[in-house]
Write a protein that binds this ligand. Structure first.
Ligand SMILES: [Zn+2]
Length: 350
């Protein structure tokens, strides 16, 4: 099936036979591409060998950069630029999870000779993605989050790039481990809920967010390791729906708080965000919160909090850490997503 949203430039295909759609489109931008992957996920999922078979059958030349790490760094993007800038590829094909897709967005700027760290109006080279994880929504959003080692945290780059095509097959999620799936499940819920409470929320955005939450509610057994194809299909569709929701309204305070936690303690992204989600809800309009929790299948914020903390208990922080992380949080700009809130309230949530 082709997923269509009038405001999103990405053409998204979602099917258990999605390579048929990839075959129809893999020469759309030309016959030379750079495949960008992590060290193992693309191969383990089967997506890499499927994609290469299609590229060969359509006589598309390809190079591979397979060094994207979890929470990819600026240095890795620069390494890819050094190795592949001269190749003059027509497009980038990202095969992997959120880290790979985010890195690929920055690579599209770098390979077009654009400094990806400075806001630019110049056009990057095109991007196709084949997700092997569901959660970040990177397959359908314009955001790229990178690790800035100099700043000791993660942050969004200034340049925005929607993938041009996304080819999603829930079968490629089947090789994920249970912990990764739990993190993705909660990441998607944070995208849906945070965007729905953001100052940029709107009726169309809210429709997408609630659809995502309903899909998650129907797939709650994913939290008990039930990776059935039906559950994975719903997870992938929820990732897309919540991705549309954040592409319109962005994320908010829990995401801003998660970045130093992931950087310093290696807590997976979705779990790091979710740890602070329920506490954050106390600062949001009660009726809106109730409506969202209802769509997600929880009776109260405390019920949700108990569920999340089973998987991701809060990390004890020193006073110095709380101060430093609060400063980093302020630089993330996520406070603007919420509207008026005393920064002391954020500090108290760590
Ligand atoms: Zn996220």
């Amino acid at each position: 099936m082709q997923y269509i949203d009038a405001d999103i430039p990405t053409k998204v295909y979602l099917s258990t036979d999605v390579m048929v759609d990839f075959k129809h489109n893999c020469t759309y931008f030309g016959r030379k591409c750079l495949i960008v992957t992590g060290k193992s996920g693309a191969a383990k999922s089967g997506a890499l060998s499927d994609a290469i078979a299609v590229l060969k059958s359509e006589s598309v030349e390809y190079e591979i950069f397979d060094q994207i790490e979890a929470n990819p760094s600026v240095e890795t993007i620069k390494l890819c630029e050094q190795l592949h800038f001269q190749s003059k590829v027509n497009y980038v094909l990202a095969i992997g999870g959120g880290s790979v897709m985010d890195a690929a967005k920055a690579i599209c700027f770098a390979l077009a000779g654009i400094n990806f760290l400075v806001a630019s109006t110049e056009s990057p080279i095109p991007l196709m993605v084949i997700p092997t994880a569901a959660g970040t929504g990177s397959e359908i959003t314009q955001y790229a989050i990178l690790t800035f080692n100099e700043l000791k945290t993660k942050a969004s780059i200034k340049n925005l790039k929607f993938p041009d095509f996304a080819f999603c097959n829930p079968k490629y999620l089947a090789s994920l481990d249970a912990k990764q799936v739990v993190s993705m499940y909660f990441d998607i819920s944070c995208h849906a809920i945070e965007s729905s409470l953001s100052v940029k929320r709107g009726p169309v955005q809210l429709g997408h967010a609630k659809t995502a939450l309903n899909l998650l509610a129907q797939s709650r057994s994913l939290l008990n390791n039930d990776l059935s194809l039906a559950n994975l299909f719903r997870l992938q569709l929820a990732s897309i729906e919540a991705g549309v929701s954040i592409s319109k309204a962005g994320t908010s305070i829990p995401h801003g708080m998660s970045y130093p936690i992931t950087y310093n303690f290696k807590v997976p992204h979705g779990l790091a965000c979710a740890t602070y989600l329920a506490d954050y809800l106390q600062f949001c309009p009660e009726n809106n919160v109730k409506d969202l929790l209802n769509a997600f299948g929880y009776n109260s914020a405390s019920e949700l909090k108990a569920e999340i903390h089973k998987f991701s208990p809060k990390i004890e922080l020193s006073e110095e850490q709380k101060n430093f992380f609060t400063e980093q949080f302020q630089q993330s700009g996520k406070m603007n997503a919420h509207g008026p809130l005393d920064i002391k309230e954020v500090r108290n949530m760590w």
